[in-house]
Write a protein that binds this ligand. Structure first.
Ligand code: NAD
Length: 494
């Protein structure tokens, strides 16, 4: 069993938060793992002020990019070394399988390494002058950054914000979700250890768990917070964007989705079956990019969906610590109840429940927040079940007649996060990939990620981009320098 942290990281100090206590539970058993006392608005202010002071310290301010990259490499190495411990911690806190949480810890390390490499190789542009001067565009840190994350993949989404924000020269206030603070606190410990080893101010990172209403809101509103990086639900994103707009500070928003997965009649059926199941049921469907709307060519609809349902029934649902488990519990019993309520809504809308539609029975599942992988059909794309994000192991299948019908239905959504296309026809894949409204399209694969490839949501799935080389620039401000080269005075010299 890993050690469960209970102290929080405020302005470089580990101490008990002064806010409300929140029990974090193991959703496989309902057992309380740790009670973490939340931060308060005053502690958010303390962290913001200390972060601003730390940013101004010469040790950090004057650190050259290749030196800052070494710090990021050290965080990556510490994260990699601790991968097993981080994985056990995250599985206990979120219910995800150990295979997935280990991959997430390694992906966080990979993000720090990639951003370090991007930092070392970033260049500023000398722009063509239009007068007697040299012109140059440089990039400065933006200030104290607020990073707010949801509970579904904490360490990976933490790294996607902390790495570029530190690379850019900022200080970071990280607010993990109230249900899952443990792995973010552990990453905080590794990051401050690396900062300390390099003699840098540890107040460059604070980790401030607590509710969105108290801690998240205080963080976004604090005058020193000059940029917000947010991942979470669309309605929360909208209210954060409203506050940021009032303050006139940038906010990037990675929000919800209801992504279409398309199976054409010419698809490799074996690949498509495995891909569709993995795309929606891995992480128990608690993934912004889950392929939760399945569009199948009407000509193969009955046979494909029939075989899919037969295989979904065989998925192994159990604790994330069992290597045989494919679908773990949901993050929390309250969330399981909200998923169950959505399936009840689907029934009331007239859905056929082809499999699942209930919590599993038996001793193993009795106390956990489990829900069976569920396949529904018989609903139009306009139904609430097809339009709203359920964020659980629920797939809704729909037939399509031709490409125009498919594109119309797939794009008829407020979301535009991701899409999967299963086909052997390269030209059809190209046409479809270009016509679908989505920030990411996978062709004959799904849920693959590279730190080097930009990630962004279209429509109500988000605003702004994470990952890729430009991730660092998104946490900087541009400054243009004009450097006079003429000995002649400007016209008003006399
Ligand atoms: P949420 O919006 O309820 O919460 C996300 C975070 O925001 C939490 O830390 C929460 O405490 C905080 N928060 C809530 N209200 C706030 C406020 N008023 N001010 C500041 N902070 C506030 O989302 P959730 O239920 O934790 O996560 C699930 C959602 O996240 C889903 O909609 C999912 O699609 C989305 N998500 C998106 C991506 C992406 O990259 N697009 C990735 C993962 C999850």
């Amino acid at each position: 069993m890993p050690q469960f942290p209970t102290d929080i990281l405020i302005a470089g100090q580990w101490r008990r938060g002064s806010g409300e206590p929140v029990d974090t539970i193991d959703p496989a058993t309902g057992r309380v793992l740790a009670t973490v006392h939340s931060a308060t608005a005053e502690e958010v202010a303390e962290a913001a002020e200390a972060g601003a002071r730390a940013m101004a310290e010469p040790a950090w301010r004057n650190l050259l990019p290749h030196e800052r990259a070494r710090v990021l490499h050290r965080i990556a190495a510490l994260t990699e070394e601790a991968a097993d411990e981080l994985s056990a911690l995250q599985t206990a806190d979120t219910g995800k399988t150990l295979a997935e949480t280990r991959a997430l810890a390694l992906s966080a390390a990979g993000t720090f390494r990639y951003i370090a490499a991007a930092l070392e190789t970033a260049e500023d542009a000398l722009t063509p002058p239009r007068g007697a001067y040299l012109t140059m565009s440089v990039h400065e840190p933006i200030g104290v950054v607020g990073a707010i994350n949801p509970w579904n993949s904490p360490i990976a989404s933490d790294a996607q914000k902390i790495a570029p924000a530190l690379a850019a020269g900022n200080a970071v206030l990280l607010k993990p979700a109230a249900w899952t603070p443990l792995v973010s606190l552990a990453l905080g410990r590794l990051t401050t250890r690396a900062l300390d080893e390099f003699g840098l101010p540890t107040a460059l990172l604070s980790v401030l768990p607590g509710s969105g209403r108290v801690v998240g809101d205080a963080l976004v509103r604090h005058p020193l917070v000059a940029r917000v990086g947010f991942t979470g639900g669309t309605s929360t994103g909208r209210s954060i964007a409203a506050v940021a707009a009032q303050k006139l500070v940038p906010a990037s928003l990675e929000l919800g989705g209801k992504s279409p997965t398309i199976v054409r009649a010419d698809a490799d059926v074996e690949q498509a079956l495995a891909g569709v199941m993995f795309g929606v049921f891995s992480s128990s469907g608690q993934s912004c990019i889950a392929g939760s709307r399945l569009f199948v060519d009407r000509g193969i609809y009955d046979s494909f969906v029939g075989e899919l349902v037969a295989r979904v029934r065989k998925l192994r649902v159990g604790p994330g610590t069992d290597p045989a488990t494919q679908v773990g519990p949901l993050v929390h019993h309250d969330h399981r109840d909200s998923v169950a309520a959505y399936v009840d809504l689907a029934r009331s809308e007239g859905a056929r429940v082809l499999c699942g539609g209930t919590a599993p029975e038996g001793e193993l599942h009795r106390d956990g927040a489990y829900y069976l992988p569920t396949v529904l059909d018989g609903l139009p794309n306009s139904s609430r079940t097809c339009q709203e994000e359920i964020f659980g192991p629920v797939l809704v299948a729909l037939p399509f007649d031709d490409e125009d019908d498919l594109v119309r239905q797939a794009n008829d959504s407020v979301y535009g996060l991701a899409c999967g296309i299963w086909t052997r026809d390269a030209r059809a894949a190209w046409r479809l990939a270009r016509r679908i409204d989505a920030g990411t399209v996978w062709i004959n694969t799904y849920k693959q990620f590279s730190a080097a490839t930009p990630f962004s949501g279209w429509k109500e799935s988000g605003l702004g981009t994470e990952k890729g080389r430009d991730a660092i620039r998104a946490y900087q401000r541009q400054k243009s320098l004009y450097w006079g080269t003429s000995d002649a005075p400007l016209p008003w010299a006399h």
